[in-house]
Ligand binder design. Structure first.
Ligand code: ADP
Ligand code: MG
Length: 497
């Protein structure tokens, strides 16, 4: 139970949230036609006769879409229905040339499953299981584009017939943070599975946000459904705004009506679109052009065998087998690309060090998270397009590990690597950045520092031991960061004792 509450005039209110997420299935072809599905194509260039609903055209199921839905169901430990069926959902709209959407109402391909969220990476007590009621497969509709000129509307059918999974949660979330965490986790899982690219800004994933409020202990309240919310941040904002609006409405003596709403990000408010009173009667019935989908055990076996290691399992393994902190493990498994990158880096680093992966995992993880992410952030770049490859990162780590360069010089080297695309070894050589273990040179630097800071030497000897760090810092600075830190420590201790 979430402890998130809305404080109203009449006391505290709980918020109840259920999400219906539409996720575009990653395939080259549409659900029932061979037309392409790439994002950003010119309007109406990816439309087959089936998608345009020409008379006499027949849908043919694209089995890759079925396979991806099954794999997704397996990834959330859901029941897979070996027998499912497509239904027609009838309604008239200009972006739907068929006059009906092919969907699965009565017999979805995937039944009950669950997704685990964790609000705070460092605190296992914040884990919560969110139920998933079903996943069904359906077609997307086209898109209407309204010209500035009020009399002109155009239709783009590129999306018409694109395969979607609709993933319906139970009303198990109780705060904006939980709704956000659920959507992020779902996106992570879809990306690991490879069944949806999760690009919300391209419309590959969008959420209908169901929200109701109630006094603690009461029955579920009447919900509203805010349609097509296209970012995690907006979903959280919708929950917050909608819950506050409902509380104010009820406390004012009004009642919440079950209706569809729209979110306006510019004003951060939801607006009524249509109420259930004028809801459509969709006259669902089994699509007579399509046979039921029947899955055999061999197919299910193949689907299961094709699943990669999933985020929860990976995170667990990073903690137990690699010894990473809970935080690092969760950062590295939040995104499939990050995990892939880390695993190549880890393998190459271990190979260079001739050590087991577990022995170098912490070093690799810390460097990736604090150094590379930090540097890429400054450049506004993403890991996927990083000019530094995992192999190049491993070369840099090896130079730190064998004492060729210090950690602080490694920061400079990384910046140069990102700038030039050159390897760490080449840069260290070219710029003369090799760490020196030349005792004479280090000693000379230390002597000069101690002579210039006689007062501090006195204080140190008088018991102010924290000054040791100061001497180390000054020596490293005088040596332009190139002195072997271990040696600096050792020589300083000797000279100060
Ligand atoms: P429908 O089929 O009419 O859309 P469902 O019962 O399938 O209705 O629910 C749709 C979504 O609304 C689900 O995600 C569910 O969890 C959520 N939901 C249902 N009741 C409530 C409620 N009282 N408050 C918040 N969300 C709800
Ligand atoms: Mg619904």
């Amino acid at each position: 139970m979430s402890d998130y509450r809305i404080q109203g005039d009449t006391g505290e209110w709980e918020v109840v949230i259920g999400l219906e997420v539409h996720a575009q299935i990653t395939t080259n072809a549409k659900l029932f036609s061979g037309a392409a599905t790439a994002f950003g194509a010119e309007p109406n260039t990816q439309v087959s006769l089936v998608d345009a609903a020409m008379p006499g055209m027949l849908p043919v199921p694209n089995f890759e879409c079925i396979r991806q839905a099954v794999r997704t169901g397996m990834a959330i430990n859901a029941q897979i229905n070996k027998w499912s069926r497509f239904d027609r959902k009838n309604y008239f709209y200009a972006d739907l040339p068929q006059g009906y959407q092919i969907s699965q109402l009565y017999h979805p391909i995937v039944g009950e499953g669950a997704i685990e969220i964790q609000l705070d990476d460092k605190n296992p007590d914040t884990k919560k299981t969110i139920g998933v009621e079903r996943i069904h497969v359906e077609q997307d509709a086209g898109k209407l584009m309204h010209d500035q000129h009020p009399t002109m509307s155009y239709v783009d059918l590129n999306r018409s017939g694109v395969a979607l999974m609709e993933i319906v949660s139970r009303p198990d979330m109780g705060s904006p943070a939980e709704a956000g965490a659920y959507l992020s986790k779902l996106r992570t899982i879809l990306r690991f599975v490879g069944s949806c690219d999760g690009n919300m800004d391209q419309g590959s994933m969008r959420a209908d946000v169901n929200v109701s409020v109630r006094k603690p202990g009461d029955e579920l309240g009447t919900r509203t459904e805010t349609k097509n919310v296209n970012s995690v941040r907006f979903v959280m904002a919708v929950v917050e705004q909608e819950a506050r609006r409902q509380v104010a409405l009820i406390e004012d003596g009004g009642t919440v009506v079950q209706e569809t709403r729209l979110y306006d990000p510019d004003r951060n408010e939801t607006r009524s679109m249509r109420s259930k009173e004028d809801a459509h009667d969709y006259r669902y019935f089994p699509d007579p052009d399509l046979l039921p989908i029947e899955l055999d055990d061999a197919f299910l076996e193949e689907c299961r065998a094709s699943l990669p290691e999933l985020p929860d399992a990976k995170r667990e393994r990073y903690e137990t087998a690699l010894g990473l902190s809970a935080y690092n493990a969760s950062v590295l498994t939040a995104d499939v690309e990050t995990a892939r990158w880390f695993e190549v880096l880890l393998a190459e680093t271990a190979a260079r060090a001739k050590k087991p992966e577990a022995d170098v995992a912490k070093q690799a993880a810390n460097w990736l998270i604090s150094e590379l992410f930090g540097a890429l952030n400054k450049l506004g770049a993403a890991l996927e397009t990083s000019p530094v490859s995992p192999a190049a990162g491993a070369e840099l780590l090896a130079l730190i590990a064998d004492g060729t360069i210090s950690g602080s010089i490694a920061k400079q080297v990384l910046e140069k690597m990102l700038e030039t695309g050159d390897g760490a070894g080449v840069i260290v050589e070219r710029e003369g950045l090799k760490q020196t273990s030349d005792t004479g040179a280090i000693e000379a630097a230390i002597d000069a520092i101690l002579a210039a800071n006689a007062d501090k030497v006195e204080q140190y000897k008088g018991g102010k031991e924290a000054l040791f760090g100061f001497f180390v810092g000054q020596t490293m600075k005088a040596m332009q960061g190139k002195a072997n830190p271990g040696m600096v420590n050792e020589l300083l201790k000797k000279k100060l004792s």
